[in-house]
Write a protein that binds this ligand. Structure first.
Ligand SMILES: C[S@@+](CC[C@H](N)C(=O)[O-])C[C@H]1O[C@@H](n2cnc3c(N)ncnc32)[C@H](O)[C@@H]1O
Length: 360
């Protein structure tokens, strides 16, 4: 666990300043995003050596001087730009990363397109344990985001999938090497989403067959992707809600794989899913759980992003799940009648891979 969590790291004066800054975070977030989307940051970047004035940027981008000047002044206090001399701007290190860093851009688009308006309903979501913000992304009638994932409107859909894939893509190659050490022949990918992991497994090992379990809309999309990659003979699918009564899996499975999946459920639901899995597997089956635990992160910034993601689960995804502390999952695994055999941190950069077996 990070040491920062065990201390109050700010003195009174710093604390007051931080509290005051916090009150304007939503506006500063939008100002930063707009500086990027209007091309202002790009202009400052391209002219970073000699610097550039607000008038020059306004003329070049054909934008009103008022707005460009305002955003640059605001960018000074956010730290995105700084002055070379009076009224001549250049890019700061922070501005550079907001402009080009993939993780930053993926997080920014997710926060804006998927979460921003929904967060207005956070208080109601917390009180009701319901994703009251779902209506802000056009899913007012739904109780979770998942059945409608494949039908989300743009740019919400791309921002959601880019966010999901960015993190799992980093972890998949490392995790794959670990899982295939035992040469599994039959792997079940629960919450297989777009089929990405199953397709990569088939490319990695020509002897493996895969089964994807996901909700109908998402499974249809996955099977389409699988067909396009010509893996339909080795990857099959079951359209199933893992919370429904008819949970069962084939008995001869070597590996059950769940990546960024259990965080989509409440603790009670995770216990149900893990208990159902436990009741269908045998002693030889390995259950792999790839998760992002906030207590296992190397720095406070990574943990901060995970806490932000938890707020998405509250107000948008389902109202009752989150990015868990590893202790919570350990407890649920034990209660479900399984034990953790190996525990590997820093898979990719942020993930933990747990290998579990059924206890007798
Ligand atoms: C966050 S995505 C994870 C995708 C993928 N495993 C990865 O690592 O990128 C969660 C997946 O679980 C599926 N899912 C959510 N609730 C489900 C349920 N009740 N039954 C079956 N699948 C579900 C979603 O459709 C989605 O594909």
């Amino acid at each position: 666990m990070l040491q920062e969590y065990f201390q109050d790291s700010l003195d009174a004066s710093q604390a007051k300043k931080e509290a005051q800054k916090l009150t304007f975070y939503p506006m500063m977030f939008q100002a930063s995003r707009v500086m990027r989307s209007l091309g202002i940051l790009q202009e400052v970047y391209e002219n970073r050596r000699k610097g550039i004035t607000p008038e020059e940027i306004a003329n070049k981008l054909k934008l009103p001087y008022y707005g460009v000047n305002l955003l640059l002044e605001t960018g000074l206090t956010i730290g995105l730009v700084h002055l070379k001399e009076e009224n001549i701007y250049t890019l700061s290190n922070m501005g550079y990363f907001l402009l080009i860093d993939k993780a930053t851009i993926v997080n920014l688009n997710f926060s804006h397109d998927v979460c921003y308006k929904a967060m207005y309903h956070l208080e109601e979501s917390i009180k009701k344990e319901l994703p009251c913000g779902l209506k802000e992304i056009g899913m007012g009638e739904a109780t979770t985001i998942y059945p409608g994932l494949s039908k989300l409107k743009e740019p919400i859909k791309s921002s959601w999938f880019d966010f999901d894939h960015y993190y799992s893509d980093k972890a998949f190659p490392v995790a794959m090497k670990i899982i295939f050490e035992d040469s599994p022949k039959y792997v079940v990918d629960i919450g297989g989403n777009t089929g990405r992991w199953s397709i990569e497994c088939c490319k990695f090992d020509e002897n493996v067959n895969m089964l994807i379990v996901d909700l109908p809309g998402q499974l249809e999309k996955a099977m389409k992707n699988i067909g396009e990659m010509n893996f339909q003979d080795r990857i099959s699918g079951i359209a199933r809600d893992v919370l429904s009564d008819n949970f069962n899996l084939p008995g001869d499975v070597d590996v059950i794989w769940m990546s960024q999946f259990l965080d989509c459920f409440s603790e009670d639901q995770i216990l149900l899913i893990l208990s159902n899995i436990r009741n269908t597997i045998n002693e030889n089956t390995s259950v792999y759980i790839l998760e992002l635990f906030w207590d296992r992160q190397k720095d406070i910034e990574a943990a901060y992003c995970l806490q932000g993601t938890s707020l998405y689960f509250t107000a948008v995804a389902n109202g009752n799940s989150k990015m868990y502390h590893s202790r919570d999952l350990y407890e649920l695994i034990k209660r479900a009648g399984m034990e953790v055999i190996t525990d590997v941190d820093n898979v990719g950069e942020f993930h933990t891979l747990l290998k579990c077996k059924k206890t007798n």
